[in-house]
Unconditional design. Structure first.
Length: 189
């Protein structure tokens, strides 16, 4: 299926757009915001989109050709959407260029940090990066960290046909909400 897809530019573009839509939908799941603490702000939605795109790109970069081409097309699609979103918010041409450079640097910096922590199996480093970037430096990152690790594990079993067909197998975020803290029994009355 994949070989034929990459001979037809229109089919390839539609497949990548479908993958982009699927990861965008995953990044907008309410449980990320209500249960895992992602701020429901422009910045929080950007961070969630980046996180989900990075996880998919991490998998694509480990698959055989033509997955690298799909990865590049996906990056292009994500940044084209970000550019259009900035313009819709009324940012002028000069401002868009500056902001896109900053967004690109942020995206690739996060990709490097998340990938390194996931590759090393370092949950503490991953949690620190997620709290700093996605949660804005505040909150409990345990649930989000567990979600990201589970998503990465699920994606590790996906092949290119599956990613482009059914979409990325992201878990439901609500299942990773940290348990509420119990009452304080520290000897006080």
């Amino acid at each position: 299926m994949i070989a034929g897809l990459f001979r037809r530019a229109g089919a390839r573009r539609r497949a990548v757009e479908g993958l982009h839509v699927a990861l965008s939908q995953a990044a907008r799941r309410p449980g990320l915001y209500t249960d895992l603490g992602v701020p429901d702000t422009v910045e929080g939605r950007f961070e969630s989109l980046c996180l989900h795109a990075i996880l998919v790109l991490r998998r694509l970069n480990r698959l055989p050709p033509p997955a690298a081409e799909v990865a590049q097309d996906l990056v292009n699609s994500v940044f084209t959407q970000l550019d259009a979103s900035l313009r819709e918010l009324g940012v002028g041409d000069m401002g868009v260029s500056k902001r896109m450079k900053k967004l690109g640097a942020a995206f690739y910096g996060r990709a490097e940090g998340y990938d390194a922590a996931l590759e090393a199996g370092d949950a503490a480093a991953l949690e620190a990066a997620l709290v700093r970037n996605v949660l804005g430096g505040e909150g409990d990152g345990r649930g989000l960290t567990a979600y990201v690790r589970a998503a990465d594990a699920a994606l590790a079993g996906a092949d290119l046909d599956g990613l482009l067909g059914a979409g990325p197998p992201f878990p439901e975020p609500a299942g990773f909400a940290p348990a509420p803290a119990g009452p304080d029994h520290g000897g006080r009355a």
